[in-house]
Design a protein around this ligand. Structure first.
Ligand SMILES: Cc1cc2nc3c(=O)[nH]c(=O)nc-3n(C[C@H](O)[C@H](O)[C@H](O)COP(=O)(O)OP(=O)(O)OC[C@H]3O[C@@H](n4cnc5c(N)ncnc54)[C@H](O)[C@@H]3O)c2cc1C
Length: 246
């Protein structure tokens, strides 16, 4: 999705795409892209449109598969479009409405982060608890250390709050209410909790946690994306502040 540097010029039966886009998930293997492109040079929101772009048409190129610190089981690509002709019927909705459509899509994408956060955080906490039950230091299992137990329950309590916020959002959605603020809050909090949990769990593994072969090390690296991808935490904060009227 998304290509603010990409232009799509209307030629009647088709649009001509030019430009590039980087950080595209599954970009090396996608059969089609949902692409936001500039259809006019006018300033403002109405100069963008959304397209379905099949990747088997001439002019589509994958310039690079990017090397990432985490999320390595999914590829991320840099793409470019070189006089690529796509049929006009591939325009989604109306020309000039793409930015608004994209903002709506973001709500679904960001909402998906909430359950992803509390499920994966609880999984890594469970693995860590199993490990510190078994790991004996100076005659006692690490789980007997109150400071570690308190840290674990603090995280579990925060994750429970995030889960309940998720259910609250579902109820609001079912009542057709605007959930932009609540989803932004959940994404903001989710990215923060997951980074803290995976960092803290890695700490409980000690030196072993620092080894790339350990699932906790992978969880730590993967978690870092959540505060960046789909809108950085600071952007979530801006959205919330706007809804709060300051
Ligand atoms: C692995 C991966 C996969 C991705 N997949 C996709 C994809 O499939 N499709 C797609 O469209 N995009 C994708 N992205 C892009 C992703 O959505 C963006 O990287 C993300 O939204 C941040 O934008 P940016 O990188 O342009 O950072 P910038 O906008 O340059 O921001 C950099 C930093 O500046 C700070 N900042 C930004 N705005 C503000 C603000 N308003 N106030 C204060 N501080 C601010 C934040 O700390 C932010 O992290 C992917 C990125 C990664 C890393």
């Amino acid at each position: 999705m998304a290509a603010l540097k990409t232009t799509a010029r209307n030629q009647g039966d088709y649009y001509v795409l030019n430009g590039s886009k980087t950080y595209i998930t599954n970009g090396t293997q996608a059969d089609f892209l949902t692409l936001l492109a500039r259809t006019s040079d006018d300033p403002g929101y109405h100069s963008f449109s959304l397209f379905v772009v099949p990747t088997n048409l001439p002019g589509f190129h994958v310039s690079k598969k990017l090397d990432k610190m985490g999320m390595r089981s999914s590829d991320t690509a840099e793409l470019y479009f070189d006089d690529m002709k796509i049929p006009s019927e591939n325009l989604i909705g109306k020309e000039g409405e793409g930015f608004i459509q994209q903002m709506k899509q973001f709500q679904h994408e960001r909402f998906a982060v909430l359950p992803l956060t509390y499920v994966s955080a609880r999984d890594i906490i469970k693995e860590t608890v199993d490990y510190i039950k078994a790991r004996v230091v100076f005659g006692k299992p690490l789980i007997k250390k109150q400071v570690l137990r308190h840290r674990l329950v603090q995280w579990l309590s925060e994750l429970e709050c995030l889960q309940q916020l998720t259910y609250h959002i579902v109820r609001m959605k079912m009542a057709s209410q605007d959930v932009t603020k609540e989803i932004s809050m959940g994404k903001l909090i989710g990215g923060d909790i997951l980074s803290r949990v995976t960092d803290g769990c890695l700490q409980m593994y000690g030196g072993m946690g620092f080894m790339n072969e350990m699932p906790v090390s992978r969880a730590y690296r993967d978690a870092r994306l959540l505060s960046i991808g789909g809108g950085a935490s600071e952007v979530m904060s801006d959205v919330i502040a706007k809804y709060e009227g300051f």
